[in-house]
Ligand binder design. Sequence first.
Ligand SMILES: [Mg+2]
Length: 119
Amino acid sequence: MPTDGDLEAFGEDVARFCEERKWSQFHTPKDLAIGLTTEASELLELFRFLDEQDIQARLGDQAFAEEVEDEIGDVVFFLVRLCQVLDLDPVEVAQAKLAKSREKYPADEYEGDNWTVLE
Ligand SMILES: [Mg+2]
């Protein structure tokens, strides 16, 4: 069901998808975190051994771009599902973390500094 980019509506669709298949029994936080990491690794694998120029060239190929989109879709699915199981709002937790990062890395001190890793 199209959700027009609405994450809350997408979450409802994900819940319905899982209920229809009776998959909730498999959705422990640990297993969903494993799924999330596995899908993120599948996304990373698409870029493995490619430099930035190669990646940009490959993204012009529709089949490759679709593979990237599919893996991003898998990552978002697992992230949304994990948040459901943990009773968290994904946007709220991301905003809270962004606020912490703003405080930890003031723009006037970290502008242009990409050596800093967000933890
Ligand atoms: Mg996948």
